[in-house]
Design a protein around this ligand. Structure first.
Ligand code: PMP
Length: 321
């Protein structure tokens, strides 16, 4: 991952050169992580670049902001347009997009009441977050010694900057011990999620995944996987997951905007199923990427084309049969 190809950033209502996109060192968010953000992908399609589930991501951004009492000084439509402007200004055919809303400079008292709310949108090319061949070959994960925080400590369903220190501890530990990714247990000892991904396990052709009662971020990719899996004929069960469910699974995979659909092949040295990406995982991956490319009509509603970027008049629903 590198920012080498990024020329422009959307900041406070305008597109500015990368070198001008700066914040002050007294910014509240720098000291306390008092901001919220999103991770979104834009995919290349035959009709040009399209932002995947833009409206859902912007809605989650507003929901996260609300949890922390951050008043976003733009409408959802303006932010949707800012996302497209950022992609267009950089001339990316596909990329990862990172809107961030945070408290700027006014006070370093814990209460950010007087701080201005600043908004920026970054975009950059980011493929293979979990390694060059992760999507194809799968990843090796470790159960982290760091637990995922409980929702009564910090709400897990909001995507706030500071909470990612928990994931950073977990990924640095995992990488230090030679693993590709960390799997975090929740305060009760059940599986929560990856450091930046939700988890699915597959047993006898049925998909299992957990939900916010197990301290997860309710991923938008997770939701896409559930929809796609049901549409292509799989049963999906939402329930708590124990480490034994993973160890006894035929297949497992992560879902996330950055990680997309990444097979999990090994946990702490033990193979999951055959130790290679399984057929169900492959089928979900295939269908997911077809949806992102715009080649499945019923999922076109998930795409916002950068050229005609507006939240109004989204595609009419087409049944997936
Ligand atoms: N859990 C965590 C902790 C994450 O950071 C992410 C990435 N946003 C996810 C799950 C997956 O969410 P999504 O599919 O919406 O990207």
């Amino acid at each position: 991952m590198s920012f080498d190809d990024v020329s422009s950033v959307w900041m406070g209502g305008e597109v500015v050169p990368w070198t001008k996109a700066k914040v002050h060192v007294s910014s509240h968010a720098l000291h306390y992580g008092s901001g919220v953000f999103e991770g979104i992908r834009c995919y290349a399609t035959p009709q040009g670049p399209a932002v995947f589930r833009s409206e859902d991501h912007v809605n989650r951004l507003f929901a996260s902001a609300r949890v922390y009492g951050i008043e976003v000084p733009y409408t959802r439509g303006e932010l949707g347009a800012a996302i497209c402007q950022t992609i267009a200004a950089n001339d990316f055919a596909s990329c990862y997009v990172r809107p961030i809303v945070f408290f700027g400079s006014s006070t370093l008292a814990l209460n950010p009441r007087s701080c201005p709310v600043e908004v920026a949108v970054l975009a950059w090319p980011w493929n293979d977050m979990l390694g060059e061949h992760a999507g194809e070959c799968g990843v090796r994960v470790t159960v982290s010694p760091w637990r995922k925080f409980h929702g009564a400590m910090i709400p897990t369903t909001a995507k706030a900057c500071g909470q990612y220190l928990n994931s950073i501890l977990a990924v640095r530990d995992a990488a230090g011990r030679g693993y590709d990714e960390a799997l975090l247990l929740n305060a009760d000892g059940g599986i929560a999620e990856g450091a930046g991904e939700n988890l699915f396990v597959v047993r006898r052709g049925v998909l299992y995944t957990n939900d916010d009662r197990q301290s997860i971020l309710m991923g938008i990719t997770r939701d896409s996987v559930i929809t796609i899996a049901k549409d292509i004929g799989f049963s999906v069960v939402t329930r708590d997951l124990a480490v034994e469910d993973l160890m006894n699974a035929d297949e497992a995979f992560f879902s996330g905007t950055a990680a997309e659909i990444t097979p999990v092949c090994e946990v702490d040295g033990a193979a999951i199923g055959s130790g290679r990406p399984g057929d169900v995982t492959r089928a979900i991956q295939r269908a997911f990427f077809e949806a992102t490319r715009g080649s499945v009509r019923c999922y076109r509603k998930w795409l916002h084309f950068v050229d005609e970027c507006t939240f109004a008049g989204a595609a009419t629903a087409v049944p997936c049969i």
